[in-house]
Design a protein around this ligand. Sequence first.
Ligand code: B12
Length: 228
Amino acid sequence: MGHRENESRELRASRVGEFERAFAAALTAGDEIAAETTIREAMDAQMTSAEIDEKIIIPALWLMGELWERGEISVADEHLATEIAMRVLALQREAERVVLARRGYRVMLATPAGERHVVALRMVSNLLSGAGYWIVMLGADVPAEALVASVRRHRPDIICMSATMPTVSGQMVESIAQVQAADPTAQFVIGGRGLSSQLRSQTGVEICNRVSEVVEAVDARVKRAELN
Ligand code: B12
């Protein structure tokens, strides 16, 4: 095993250890909010449900049992801790339900004609796919007509585009206009330093400043489309 790999394992193990200690402290204090916050952080750190169960919740419950045996906490404290642990399990189930619900939605990704910068688009793809969305990645340099044809074929719920070069902003405007002409309900989430102010006031278009905003933006657009 390489040095780097060893280091990242150690880092992960130390984070898991931190979650375990924080969760055990929350159970000992009967603090449901702190317990929930710790589990949300563990989920955000990409821990699976099995890892959260085995490495955080179960060890904390063992500790509660030991504290009770030693007479350091009352039976009521132990019951409260178990009740909090059960509520946290419901939280895990809810998070899984949200991921499964997103599987039913397709997000198409592309950059407009002339745009070859795709690092942001790849990050967006990873974030959306990790959140459960079904990705249709067209990649870089997609002309407006080709995008329209692909939208007709794959029927995405949302289209994400990125423009880094200010010179391609016009192409982005053109792509959005052509897709909206073919499907007036089309929804866009876009970003990139090349976007012009013209795009800021367009209907059906949401602008993000950071890749980390994309899941929330797509969630909101999908919900809005469902309500219409
Ligand atoms: C990597 C890179 C390349 C690579 C791209 C490889 C690839 N496969 O992507 C290559 C070498 C091919 C390249 C080529 C060129 N590049 Co270049 N490139 C870069 C570089 C170093 C990094 C860009 C990047 O990927 N950043 C990482 C992303 C994640 O960050 P970001 O773009 O800032 O995105 C943030 C937000 O805008 C937002 N965001 C962006 N898009 C989206 C989309 C959505 C949906 C969401 C939610 C958010 C979002 O999220 C990010 C923050 O969280 C930049 C340097 C720089 N300062 O940016 C130059 C840079 C962008 N390139 C530049 C230039 C000039 C070129 C070339 C013209 C060079 C040449 N003469 O050939 C060509 C043009 C190619 C083309 N037609 O597109 C200039 C652009 C200047 C300008 N404003 O016009 C820069 C700024 C370098 C510089 N300082 O001069 N480049």
